[in-house]
Ligand binder design. Structure first.
Ligand SMILES: C[S@@+](CC[C@H](N)C(=O)[O-])C[C@H]1O[C@@H](n2cnc3c(N)ncnc32)[C@H](O)[C@@H]1O
Length: 274
């Protein structure tokens, strides 16, 4: 990776010329960055900077990130593979996908690019992160396929009984009739990196059980993006051992980065090279 990213050679990219850069003189929203040089990058995220264009191949076109999103974002090749799997295995009649914790847009953009969904609904509670997702979707040319919501997904989707938002009833009906849900939650909690088997009950701020029990009230068809060492016995226990669940590991450079749990009525996934 070159010292200055804008001059570096791309490792994973299309042949299209870069879109016109945003003027660098325009101030970015608070908490949003487009680093162009490793010297600008805070030391604790420099190792992610070195992962280069695997995160966003169009980084040089002006991708926006928050500092926290460097280690949370789903890398582009993984996001595209998940999007392809979800498109192929989606239950009949489902045409809307909800990315309920959309971050800076890694998965949302891939869902929109897949061409499968009439609409992508993307929810994010952090304003700066959502600003990045919207901007990045423009860079990838898919902003017009996405409806954005700023706020807590459990409130917006009416899953927090104590707080009702205006959009709830309409969204609930859409989710129930036409929707599937993808969630890439934070993986905070004791020792997700160190644990040989990650205890999904300790995942913070939302345990696997809380996420699944909440989201399945909207639709049974939920895909959760979880740590690669997640305890599969816990998933089986929460979902019910008689129910079919497909677990897929998503790898880069031969190692698993994460797994997806396909919960509900997904068709059999056709795995292999995409
Ligand atoms: C692991 S990141 C998602 C990364 C995303 N898949 C991407 O590729 O950029 C999780 C995101 O969920 C957001 N989040 C956490 N709790 C939320 C909630 N209750 N409602 C909406 N967003 C939430 C966080 O702010 C964070 O941006």
């Amino acid at each position: 990776m070159g010292r200055k990213r804008k001059n570096a050679e791309r490792t994973e990219t299309s042949n299209e010329p870069p879109l016109k850069r945003r003027p660098s003189t325009t101030p970015l929203p608070d908490g949003v960055h487009h680093y162009q040089n490793i010297d600008e990058v805070p030391w604790d995220i420099q190792k992610y900077w070195h992962q280069g264009y695997s995160i966003f191949s169009k980084y040089d076109d002006g991708v926006w990130m928050t500092d926290g999103s460097w280690y949370e974002v789903t890398h582009e090749s993984v996001a595209n593979t998940i999007a392809q799997h979800m498109a192929e295995a989606a239950p009949a009649g489902k045409s809307i996908i909800f990315d309920v914790m959309c971050g800076v847009g890694g998965n949302t953009i891939a869902f929109a690019l897949s061409g499968k969904w009439k609409r992508v609904y993307a929810i994010e509670k952090d304003a700066a992160t959502l600003a990045c997702a919207k901007h990045n979707a423009e860079i990838y040319g898919v902003a017009d396929r996405i409806t954005w919501f700023h706020g807590d997904c459990f409130e917006i989707l009416g899953l927090d009984e104590s707080k009702k938002a205006n959009t709830v009833e309409a969204l609930k009906a859409i989710a129930a009739n036409y929707g599937v849900i993808f969630a890439s939650p934070p993986w905070g909690g004791p020792g997700y990196r160190e644990a040989e088997v990650f205890d999904l009950d300790t995942m913070q701020p939302y345990s696997f059980g809380y996420l699944y029990e909440s989201l399945k009230k909207l639709t049974p068809n939920v895909v959760l993006y979880l740590p690669r060492t997640s305890d599969l016995r816990q998933i089986a226990k929460v979902v019910g051992e008689d129910k079919k669940t497909q677990i897929v590991h998503y790898c880069t450079k031969g190692s698993s980065r994460a797994l997806c749990a396909y919960l509900g009525d997904w068709g059999s996934l056709k795995l292999g090279d995409l």
